[in-house]
Ligand binder design. Structure first.
Ligand code: ADP
Ligand code: MG
Length: 588
């Protein structure tokens, strides 16, 4: 199918939906209303779980808070539903912020566990507070009015629900294509790389969690004023699990998976409620069993959900072309020859192993310095200490006059150090250009709101142009929209170099960048590093290919068994008998 056919299809769907009240029964409109209301919650789950890698079972509780908040304010206090909306959303997001602040720093399983505990307790709270009508709930919730138009009829609130859903989907889709959205998409698969780019994993997780809660809150508000009645039952943990499955069944890797999943489960539930009573008097229990079977089958055979299948019949994504734009601002490089990095008596112990023992050396601006030594000598650990990926046990690290010994990865990245990893840390499911764009995070400013509203386009164009320039510089710019995971390993290392360069660092630290490269590729990499030196960028690298290192670097530091053995020019190091004995003896 072509792009044009895709647009026609989208228009046809919108027209069909808009005209639905004219040609379908009112019961079908009610079903569509529920699908829209559920899809809003599922959209938050797609963002949170599918893109951000965080699992929440507690979204139903957020729907409940918003529904109760607006029900209480509009019935007991007699306020307008629009005031109820503001109150409901503010309360929901506040609770999410508190819950997230407590659990998100702990990482891993704490958020899912926290949301389960939270989902259970809020349900009991609803059922036991006198002010909220205990198990009877709150009835007589007023309908929404837009001016003098009442949205009481099913067919009227239908337009509001699907309008809100369309806008929310559009906004979240924009966000995902923006600077902070890329940060959300980088969350899956380890935090060290993300923090090394200056991105606060905690902040991104917390805001993503709050956005998902906001969407649940919108849903709760619509629900309360559509059904005109709230009680605890629709907000229990079982519903929370169902929202999660809507996203998974629809396809949590795709923004439209939310609608698809909400529609599938709602229609299926409706069909089962028609059919099952014919087989058993315990239709409701049977329904739970049927759903459990479907969930297990889906997890087993279609983990990606329905969207990947549907996408085969839809047009390929049209990539926006990368236009060249004004470069991003650059940092002023320190004058060549001035002290850039000083490492003193660095010490790191892993259990009984002294991985780095009293290592000290200095790097001047504009130098290329090689760190060599046999496997296990402690080279990568030294890099991890300098970049803050690991805390040091003792010693001191000074960079550009600042003590960065305890600074943490993000501050070190801000100070101007970029790095690559010995074990490549990319996002294989993101494109080459998106991986490199992550490197520009600290050089750009656009936040969540400007990303969601597409106010970031000027800066985004510049960042994309910069990322493409870095891809070109390392020689892998032919297919910027290919997935990083499809590159051979050697090229993935080079992609990491491009990502590091995109940060415009004063010091670039490369851990075995040439491993897995062919001879011509290695020569090109050496040429690239000489070019960097010309620009005033300082390079510190680990490399095993002794000929490669000797021909490239200004100075060499040799490590063995965690300690520094020798330091000097390539010629001096090569001539040193200790080095020949410990390391080069077998190679040189
Ligand atoms: P190199 O990069 O020079 O090959 P490393 O710095 O990776 O060496 O490792 C130095 C020593 O520290 C090795 O013996 C390695 O097994 C050990 N080591 C490295 N990282 C860890 C870790 N996170 N936990 C325990 N031991 C580690
Ligand atoms: Mg190593």
């Amino acid at each position: 199918m072509t792009r044009r056919a895709g647009i026609l299809l989208a228009i046809a769907v919108v027209v069909l939906l808009a005209a639905a009240p004219l040609y379908v029964a009112s019961f079908t409109i009610t079903l569509l209303n529920y699908i829209g209301i559920y899809a809003l919650v599922a959209l938050g789950v797609v963002l949170l779980t599918g893109f951000g890698g965080l699992t929440s079972f507690g979204q139903a509780a957020f729907v409940g808070i918003a529904a109760y908040a607006t029900a209480w304010l509009t019935t007991v206090e007699g306020a307008s539903p629009w005031l109820g909306l503001v109150f409901a959303l503010a309360l929901t997001v506040l609770v999410a912020a508190l819950l997230g602040a407590v659990t998100l720093r702990l990482g891993g399983h704490f958020l899912p566990l926290g949301t389960i505990a939270w989902g259970l307790s809020i349900f009991f709270l609803f059922g036991n507070l006198d002010a909220l009508g205990r198990h009877n709930g709150i009835s007589g919730v007023p309908p929404i009015f837009i001016g003098s138009i009442s949205l009481e009829p099913t067919t009227a609130i239908y337009y509001l629900i699907w309008g809100v859903l369309a806008v929310a989907t559009f906004v979240i889709a924009n966000l995902l294509e923006s600077r902070e959205g890329r940060a959300i998409r980088s969350l899956r698969g380890g935090v060290v790389m993300v923090e090394s780019l200056g991105i606060s994993v905690f902040r991104i997780r917390l805001i993503t969690f709050m956005i998902a809660a906001l969407l649940a809150g919108l849903s709760g508000w619509l629900y309360a004023h559509m059904s005109r009645y709230v009680s605890p039952a629709p907000f229990d943990l079982r519903m929370g699990i169902q929202y999660l499955f809507m996203a998974i069944l629809g396809g949590s890797g795709h923004i439209l998976g939310a609608v698809v999943g909400a529609a599938l489960i709602t229609l299926l539930q409706n069909a089962l409620q028609d059919v099952l009573p014919h087989f058993s008097r315990n239709g409701e229990q049977l329904e739970v069993i049927v759903f459990a079977i479907i969930y297990v089958l889906a997890l087993q055979f279609a983990r990606g959900g329905v969207m990947p299948f549907a996408l085969r019949f839809l047009p390929n994504r049209a990539w926006s072309t990368i236009t060249s734009a004004a470069p991003l601002p650059r940092r002023t490089m320190p004058a060549s020859g001035t002290p850039l990095l000083t490492v003193e008596r660095l010490f790191k112990r892993f259990g009984g192993l002294e991985a780095v023992n009293q290592v000290g050396f200095a790097v001047n601006a504009g130098e290329i310095v090689g760190l060599i030594g046999p496997n296990g000598a402690g080279k990568s650990t030294v890099f991890n200490l300098i970049t803050g990926a690991l805390p040091s046990d003792d010693g001191k690290i000074i960079f550009l006059g600042q003590d960065i010994t305890r600074a943490g990865q993000r501050r070190i990245a801000e100070a101007g150090i970029a790095r690559t990893f010995q074990h490549v840390k990319l996002r294989p499911g993101l494109s080459l250009i998106d991986n490199v764009l992550l490197g520009t995070y600290l050089r750009t400013r656009s936040g969540f709101i400007s990303g969601a509203l597409r106010l970031d386009r000027a800066e985004e164009t510049r960042a994309r142009s910069e990322a493409q320039r870095q891809l070109k510089r390392v020689g892998i710019d032919a297919n910027p929209h290919d997935l990083a995971g499809n590159l051979p390993l050697g090229r993935q290392r080079i992609l990491e170099v491009a990502r590091a360069l995109a940060a415009d660092p004063a010091l670039i630290i490369l851990d075995e960048p040439a491993a897995g490269l062919s001879r011509p590729e290695k020569a090109a990499l050496a040429e690239l590093m000489r070019g960097l030196r010309q620009e005033g960028v300082t390079v510190l690298l680990v490399e095993h290919d002794v000929e490669f290192v000797m021909g490239l670097v200004d100075r060499i530091v040799v490590m063995d068994f965690g300690a520094k053995l020798v330091e000097g020019t390539p010629a001096a190091v090569r001539a040193d008998p200790r080095v020949q004995e410990a390391y080069l003896g077998s190679v040189a």
